[in-house]
Write a new protein. Structure first.
Length: 295
């Protein structure tokens, strides 16, 4: 597969750093407003719901059941086959009696006669305690990133890397709030994966800045950062493209559940690639330009 070679380019990224930083600040603020006003569309994993154990007279397939649930507005329902192809467990968000009757009517019309073997109200898979533990784990990870970056690079390198991660996570949440896509346990896995991807991309650029730091007096911080970004641009673009292609396939052909997961990856790849240049690097350049840092 052909790769993109940007080694001879010298694009003036830092010329637009203030515009980029301002745009990112506006997007983060807009995401915060969306989260406070509209909130997130949590799936049954977070909210709890109804569990139905059904027995059909004829064998059914999971994809057919999921299509029916999607038409009823329960596209993120958890569907499992039990003993055989006739026994199915469906867990979906709590709904009105009319919606429940609509679901049962649609299932009978499309998949044959069905008997409710068991129905229960179930609690959320992701409870408050688990969410608190996840929050503590994220804070601990941020602290370790700062410590590592301060030891391996310099403290302000760690600060801009963490700000870049916060930017990426906030924009992902804002886009999910705007689009109304459901937040499930798979989204947690996706956002953690994206954070790791973004951090890796930022470290590659920051490490090249560190390697070139000896040229700070001759080049100045803006030219040094700009040169470092251009030197790593081929790697950034090639990595992003090769990651993007299979994710696009997942998004368009993976079905409802996988498509929702792939959507998070798509946002993460685009935002993470952008933030490694125009958040982490731009903030470092602006910070060092205003308050020069000696080697």
């Amino acid at each position: 597969m052909a790769t993109f070679d940007a080694s001879k380019l010298n694009l003036p990224f830092m010329k637009f750093r203030k515009i980029a930083i301002g745009a990112s600040a506006i997007l983060v603020l807009a995401s915060l407003v969306l989260l406070s006003v509209k909130g997130l569309n949590y799936s049954v994993d977070f909210t709890g719901g109804v569990s139905l154990q059904l027995e059909f007279t004829e064998p059914v397939n999971i994809s057919g059941i999921r299509e029916t649930m999607n038409e009823a507005g329960q596209g993120q329902a958890v569907i499992q086959a039990l003993d055989d192809d006739k026994n199915i467990m469906i867990r979906y968000q709590k709904a009105s009696d009319d919606i429940r009757r609509q679901i049962m009517t649609s299932l009978e019309e499309k998949h044959g006669a069905v008997t409710i073997q068991k129905t229960d109200d179930v609690g959320p898979v992701v409870g408050g305690e688990l969410r608190r533990q996840a929050f503590i784990a994220v804070l601990a990870a941020i602290a370790f990133i700062l410590i590592y970056m301060a030891f391996r690079f310099q403290f302000r390198f760690g600060v801009v890397a963490v700000l870049s991660l916060a930017h990426d996570a906030m924009l992902m949440l804002g886009i999910y709030s705007l689009t109304g896509r459901e937040i499930s346990t798979s989204f947690i896995a996706a956002i953690l994966t994206v954070i790791g991807y973004s951090l890796n991309d930022s470290i590659v650029v920051l490490d090249r800045i560190r390697e070139n730091w000896g040229q700070i007096r001759s080049k100045g911080i803006l030219d040094l950062v700009n040169t470092s970004i251009n030197q790593t641009l081929s790697r950034t673009i090639n990595t992003s493209l090769t990651t993007l292609l299979p994710v696009l396939a997942m998004f368009f052909f993976g079905g409802e559940v996988i498509s929702n997961l792939a959507f998070a990856f798509l946002i993460g790849i685009v935002v993470g690639t952008y933030s490694s240049i125009y958040v982490a690097s731009a903030l470092l350049a602006e910070w060092s330009f205003r308050r020069p840092l000696k080697k």
